[in-house]
Design a protein around this ligand. Structure first.
Ligand SMILES: [Zn+2]
Length: 65
């Protein structure tokens, strides 16, 4: 039997925005239009619109342990 008892878990996808004005790094849920070095969301700390996406990665939920 193949994969009979394996529980399928989909990782959550996150993006990291880095602010070019204050260097704040913001972790948030990935959106479809995101890509690495693309334009990020407005910085929540200094309200600057000059942010770039510096990382996109998946994380498994905590309950997996
Ligand atoms: Zn900022």
């Amino acid at each position: 039997m193949l994969f009979g008892k394996k529980k399928e878990i989909t990782p959550e996808i996150y993006s990291k925005d880095t602010c070019l004005s204050c260097t704040e790094i913001t972790k948030r849920h990935h959106e479809e239009r995101d890509y690495v070095y693309g334009v990020g969301l407005q910085c929540k700390k200094c309200m600057s619109p000059n942010t770039i996406v510096t990382a996109i990665y998946g994380e498994y939920p905590e309950e997996d342990r």
